[in-house]
Write a protein that binds this ligand. Sequence first.
Ligand code: XMP
Length: 491
Amino acid sequence: MSDYYRKKIHSDDLIATFDDVLILPGFTNFSPIDVDLSSTLGKYHFKLPILSSAMDTVTEENMAINMALHGGLGVLHRNCSFERQLEMVRIVKRARSFVIDGEHVATIGPNAQISKAKFMMENYNISGILVTNEENRVCGIFTKRDIPFFEHDIKNGIVKDYMTKDVISIKPGGTREDALKILYESRKEKLPIIDEKGMLKGLITKKDLAPEFPFASKDDQGHLLCGLALSPRFPDSSQSQALLKEIDDYVDIFFIDVADFYKIDDITGTIKLMKFLESDFVLGNIGTYQAAEYLITKADFVEERFIGLKVGMGSGSICTTSLQTGVGAPTLFATAHVADAIKDYNPKLTLIADGGFKNPGDLPKAFAAGADLMMSGHLFAGTEESPGFIDTIAGRKVKVYRGMGSKEARTSGYISDRYVEGSKMLTEGVSNYVPYVGDVLGVLSTLKEGLANGMIYAGAKSIADMKKVPLGIVSVVGQRETAPHDLIGKF
Ligand code: XMP
């Protein structure tokens, strides 16, 4: 058994966290421009090794779209019905792609009411809908610009009276260049793919052809990558099973989402789910070498679709699991332990360090301890893209951030199996406010710079190099000295 990563933090017994360690400076034999922050999760590539947590005050469709557009991944939460999850994954998958397949193109009948078309455009976050008859033949296109001005017309108007009838289109099999040329010449935003019989075969949109987001995390077809949290319980009703199957068509990666996954019931439930579904799976959370060893070597998961482990227990900013139960494995400790097990038993698995990140400088530390990707709720909860309203407290803009084990989150009923099933009285998280911090791009840019600069000081050009850099334990006095100190005023 190797203990490479654990040795780095010098002790097996000391449960070290981010503030306990520092990376030692290394020789930098490359230019800042050569630093490569990209990472992988199974067959998926990320330009930015950053994920947003599956929490109902952090990741819904807006956050998931923006995280993927900027090179990371937002994992949609599970504190809702399968119907709502299906709606979220559909929106994420439809957000950006080169070609939207015919069956996924939003369409409306010519005799539908304008109000319905307006509702669909708002709901799917799209700017136009193809109008097709019962045989799926295209008879027009209705865009936001066609919505009449007066409320009376919106209420009573019929799509065919307001749509554009002369639809500019492309034949199936046209190239990206053909599509770009037609869109440029016609000054249109959307280009339906229509065959010689007039049937709708797909849709190309200008924004997806000319990528404004060169770092976006995309699948083979150019759709944004989509991750979704899932309970390890196999659903009882056939209706839920059917919905889950539909969700499976859109999702790339399911994240089994429980506080402690090293439990036989969760493992058997997940094995059943993996056999029923076809997408890839990340399992978690776990906190020790032994848990990872067991999951990798003893549990009967579908091997080729078990692509990662998510680690860290009780060190999240809203977590009270360790306080309430006395059990925990802070993210840095868990990362070092699980990284060793992955190295020993299945180096192809990806390790996601989850929770406890406070400063940009915590990111390099997680990678040095053996992580491939990091996940945070706290750093993203206060952004524009997180769900919920911006409130004002004592003149400061704030947003609500709540643990999934908090009383507030658990009253919904969907999330109780994230903790100990049947436990009703004990909360394992809190709900509070975090400062509003503007858009997620700003936060990601700061994190990106903190990580890149850390890698430059450490002399590591890539995330793989980062795993080789040495960490050292800082004394309590040293910790005080590494933060601002001996100044007038309060930090
Ligand atoms: P941060 O530090 O980013 O941590 O706020 C987010 C991670 O914490 C986990 N999580 C919880 N853990 N009680 C817990 O013990 C909770 O109520 C809770 N809610 C979320 C989760 O792994 C998340 O990614």
